[in-house]
Each structure stands twice: as structure tokens, then as C-alpha cells.
Design a protein. Structure first.
Lengths: 224, 199
């Protein structure tokens, strides 16, 4: 800060550095007020301020040209791991949503679902989209699907008491949508607080496509 | 972080002469400090160099090289206040050196871009080419500045507050405004001298 004289009165003029800091809001609050008041009456400082502010804008606009679109990340290979975990988490979330949908559908339409006889078990789940829709909502129409690994699913968790026949154990899967399923894998999952075991057909994109409960007792939900 | 750290970390067995280190505990402390500085500053150093050079791979190489040099400076590592400015200074200087030795390649690229511009290209590509050309100009001017001026502009463009800029460069917080104003004036002067008034 230097003292200038104006109409016989001393006035405080601010240095280039202080004005530059003022432009960047980097001055202490009390100095900001003084600079603001001073700029209103001192044309020299006003001119300097305008010059500095204009140049700061132009230079920072040019510097912004260099900024990269992506965030700066340390050269870690972990992001890849994290990304894949996230993808699986997404698939799991989608699966959970689909499973809940499937459960609701089963509870509502358990008695209405048209059950097709299970096909001979191939290695990969095959589409049976040719089967005509049942009279219930098309979204819940039944599709005959053979489980990918029927032996494992049955032997690892023996069926205690099959309830609604056709929906449990070796029964066909219930499609969760009405698109044909070309291929997929069967996941063993447990549903809800009662941990009802079920098998879900998940397609190559991780979307749940069909479901089958393994030990389903529709009228047991009220309490034990 | 593991990969680079393990390549950098030889701090432990590095050139610690008995006169410099004070035994195993001193070496451990130096290793820990190196890791802390690495974690805090490596991404920013890479970002700064990538913007300066326009080549992320080379930026990472130079940053890793800088930290491995730091690992070989146990005395420097003892004082954290000193070694942050050291890291930025060494990294920026190495980046500027690499840019100067790249300058022939860069000029060739600029010429080929100019040829495409003259031949007339679709507007998106044209736009991108103009921006690439401007980036090249900004980098060329930064490389022509004093290293500290280039650092100031890069750190400020990175959004660092004056206090952080001062810590990073080892200067007084009160002088950041003055130095920044001078660096900007110098940048603009050099830019105009090379590329005309078109800022």
C-alpha cells in the first residue's frame, strides 16, 4: 500500500499484488472493505484493477483450455477392481429388485400361472419363447426353462415340503418379463427375512430373467 | 497406489549413508514421510504435468521419477515444508525440459494440423483442431516462462488458494498476488508476441 495524494488529502492506494488478491477474494475481510471503498474514489486504482481483472480472466480462460475432461487419479490399478465390484453390486441390486418383483408375482399369481412341463436339462438355459401366453398378465407368463445345474440345486438344499406344485423344486421357472431368454446362468439366492431359497436365471447382462422358488410355502407368512 | 509406491519406495534401502540417516528408525520415518507426501501430492503433480505437457503417460513417468529422486534425498525428506516445493520445482522443470526436447515433434504436429485446417474439415473436427492448436500455444508460452511463473499459473488454474500456492512453492502467502500478477502479465506479453493479439 502506498500513500498517494488527491486534492490535498492523503489516500491509500493499493499495490498490484493486493489488487490481484482482491480480485481472487484472497484478501482479509477488513481489507476487502477498504479496497472496495477506495476503488470507488480512486480512478488510478480503478484502472489498474480493471487491467488486472481483465488479464486474469483472459489468462485463466486460456489455462482452462488445458484442463482434462477426466479426474486426476493416482496411477492405481485399483479403480478397475472397484469398477468391477460396482458392476457386480449393480447386478446384485438389479437382481434383488427382480427377485422382489418375482416374489410379488408369485404370491399374486401362484395359482394362475400356467406351468409347462420341464424340458430335459441342457447345459445352458434355453429359450422356450414359443410357448403361448397364459391368460394371466403377459409379464408373468410362464416359460419352461430347465435349470443349468439341476442336480446341484436339488441336492444341496433338499426340498422339505413342496407346497404349490410346479413352483418349487424341479418345477419350471417363472419369467420376469416377456422377452425370450437366450442364455443365462442360474443363481441360488435367498429371499426376504425368511431366507426362502430360490433360483434365479440371470442373463449375460446381469439382469434377472426368471425365478423359481425351491421351498415355497405361500400360506406361512403370517407368523410362526 | 501400491504399484508405484513399491517402485518408488526403495527409500528404505536407498542411498542412506550413515551420516545422513540416523539408523533404522530414521529410515522408517523417512519412508513414512515419503509415502505421506506421495499420497498427498502425486495426483496433483501428475495433473499439473499433464496439463503442462498434454501427455498423461509422460506426466506420470516424470512424476514417478521425481518421487523416486526424493526417495534418494533423506535430508530433504526430514523437512516436509522444504520437500513439497522441491517436488513441484523438480517435476515442473523436468516437464519443461521434456517439452523443449519434444518441440520438434510438436511443431510437426502443429504443421499437419494447419494443413488439415487449410484443406477444410467438418465443423466439429475444425473446432477441436482449433482448440488443440490453442492448447499447443498455451503450452508453448508456459514453457517459455520462468518455471516459477508457469508453476504459479498452473497451480492457480488448479484452483489452489493463495495459502496453498504459497506452501507448495515455498513462498510467502503475501507475495502470491504480486507474483501471480507478474506471471500473468508475462504470459500475456509472450502470448501476444508469438501469436498476435488474439487471446
Amino acid at each position: 500500500m502506498s500513500d498517494c495524494w488527491s486534492e490535498g488529502q492523503p489516500k491509500e492506494c493499493w499495490s498490484e499484488g493486493q489488487l490481484r488478491a482482491y480480485i481472487d477474494r484472497e484478501l482479509p475481510a477488513e481489507e476487502v472493505e477498504r479496497v472496495t471503498a477506495h476503488l470507488e474514489q480512486c480512478s488510478e486504482c480503478g484502472d489498474l484493477w480493471a487491467e488486472l481483472a481483465g488479464r486474469a480472466d483472459r489468462v485463466s480462460a486460456l489455462m482452462r483450455e488445458l484442463s482434462e475432461p477426466g479426474p486426476v487419479v493416482a496411477p492405481v490399478r485399483k479403480p478397475f477392481v472397484r469398477r468391477s465390484v460396482r458392476r457386480w453390486a449393480g447386478a446384485a441390486a438389479a437382481l434383488a429388485a427382480g427377485v422382489m418383483l418375482g416374489t410379488v408375482a408369485l404370491r399374486k399369481h401362484a395359482t394362475e400361472v400356467a406351468v409347462a412341463p420341464p424340458a430335459s436339462p441342457p447345459a445352458v438355459v434355453e429359450s422356450a419363447a414359443g410357448i403361448p401366453d397364459s391368460p394371466v398378465e403377459t409379464a408373468h407368463s410362464a416359460v419352461a426353462l430347465a435349470p443349468a445345474r439341476p442336480a446341484r440345486s436339488v441336492s444341496s438344499r433338499p426340498i422339505r415340503k413342496p407346497a404349490a406344485s410346479g413352483l418349487t423344486g424341479d418345477g419350471p421357472f417363472l419369467a420376469l418379463d416377456n422377452e425370450p431368454i437366450e442364455s443365462g446362468v442360474v443363481w441360488r439366492v435367498e429371499l426376504g427375512p425368511r431366507a426362502v431359497p430360490a433360483e434365479v436365471v440371470v442373463d449375460s447382462e446381469g439382469r434377472p430373467r426368471a425365478i423359481r422358488l425351491i421351498d415355497f410355502k405361500p400360506n406361512h407368512g403370517g407368523g410362526k | 497406489m501400491g504399484d508405484v509406491l513399491s517402485s518408488v519406495q526403495p527409500a528404505e534401502e536407498f542411498a542412506l549413508t550413515p551420516a545422513e540417516g540416523s539408523g533404522a528408525s530414521g529410515r522408517r520415518a523417512a519412508g513414512a514421510r515419503l509415502e505421506a507426501i506421495f499420497r498427498e501430492h502425486y495426483p496433483r503433480v501428475v495433473g499439473l504435468l499433464a496439463r503442462l505437457m498434454g501427455d498423461r503417460g509422460q506426466a506420470e513417468e516424470i512424476a514417478a521419477d521425481t518421487f523416486s529422486k526424493l526417495a534418494g534425498r533423506p535430508l530433504l525428506l526430514q523437512d516436509r515444508d522444504d520437500c513439497t516445493p522441491w517436488v513441484y520445482r523438480v517435476a515442473t522443470n523436468a516437464g519443461l525440459d521434456a517439452m523443449r526436447s519434444n518441440s520438434r515433434r510438436r511443431r510437426r504436429e502443429e504443421e499437419s494440423q494447419a494443413a488439415i485446417l487449410r484443406s477444410g474439415a467438418p465443423s466439429d473436427a475444425l473446432d477441436e483442431m482449433l482448440r488443440a492448436e490453442r492448447r499447443g500455444h498455451v503450452r508453448a508460452v508456459l514453457a517459455a516462462l520462468k518455471p516459477r511463473d508457469a508453476q504459479l499459473l498452473l497451480l492457480r488454474a488448479d484452483g489452489l488458494a493463495y495459502r496453498e500456492v504459497a506452501e507448495t512453492l515455498g513462498i510467502q502467502p503475501g507475495s502470491v498476488g504480486t507474483l501471480l500478477a507478474r506471471a500473468e502479465a508475462e504470459f500475456e506479453r509472450k502470448f501476444r508476441a508469438r501469436y498476435g493479439d488474439h487471446l
